[in-house]
Design a protein around this ligand. Structure first.
Ligand SMILES: [Zn+2]
Length: 249
């Protein structure tokens, strides 16, 4: 996207895996000095979703796209905490995407064309809501920043979505999710065994060492849609988050 945009050429995207919302995005992400920088490119001129191509990929790779989608749950808590009541309509629409994705968790387990269509629609709508809001506050918060913070410490390369699934567990503790919201995400996450467990991405010991440094990372990189900027995680919260990190969803 970035190269085509720079050269003034049109872009046709044919995704082979719906592992993130990137095919529908209007920005290109690059890593720079330990964080992610977004470059405005505009959306692709066309996105061609072909069942034959998408179903030829390992089905579980599409589950990573659900991780990117469920980031809405965590980012929404950040937004709500930092801007109570602001853009409530968009916040509700974003939360509805999470509800739709988690409504029938077992339907995601096996390859299915209708589920691929639904995933594409949910990811495209997520991007659309971000454009409508004028900021990424409903789709990127504590969970994404934590994922970027952890990237250099990964035991082996990880998909963006599986790292987000892991980081959502930490968000649930730092943001004190209501039980029903935790249960709704957990019901789906726990049914996706091929999404790697958090502790196989970064060890629990390493997380214990890293988590207290996370607020400072957020402040240094001006990542402002996170409650980590407002409150240092207590020892009790870090202990609970690391225990869940070790246990998994
Ligand atoms: Zn993402």
């Amino acid at each position: 996207m970035f190269a085509a945009h720079s050269a003034g050429l049109p872009v046709l995207v044919i995704p082979t895996v719906l592992s993130t919302d990137a095919p529908f995005s209007t920005v290109t992400a690059t890593r720079d000095h330990g964080t992610v920088v977004y470059h405005e490119t505009g959306a692709a001129d066309a996105v061609l979703l072909d069942d034959r191509v998408l179903l030829a990929s390992d089905w579980h790779l599409h589950h990573n796209g659900l991780g990117d989608l469920l980031a809405i749950e965590s980012a929404g808590h950040d937004w709500q905490r930092r801007h109570p009541g602001k853009q409530a309509g968009i916040a509700a629409a974003a939360r509805a995407l999470v509800d739709t994705a988690t409504d029938e968790p077992e339907a995601w387990i096996h390859p299915s064309s209708p589920r691929l269509e639904l995933l594409a629609e949910l990811l495209a709508t997520k991007v659309h809501l971000g454009l409508l809001a004028g900021h990424p506050g409903f789709e990127e918060g504590t969970e994404h920043y934590l994922a970027y913070f952890l990237e250099p410490y990964l035991v082996s390369p990880a998909w963006h979505g599986e790292l987000l699934f892991a980081c959502l567990l930490v968000s649930a503790h730092l943001q004190e999710w209501p039980v029903e919201r935790y249960d709704c995400v957990s019901a789906l996450a726990a049914r996706l065994p091929q999404i790697r467990s958090p502790r196989s991405l970064v060890s629990a010991d390493k997380m214990r060492e890293l988590l207290p440094r996370f607020p400072d990372y957020c402040r240094r990189h001006s990542t402002d849609n996170t409650i980590a900027c407002d409150q240092e995680p207590t020892q009790a919260r870090i202990r609970a988050a690391v225990a869940d990190w070790e246990r998994g969803w």
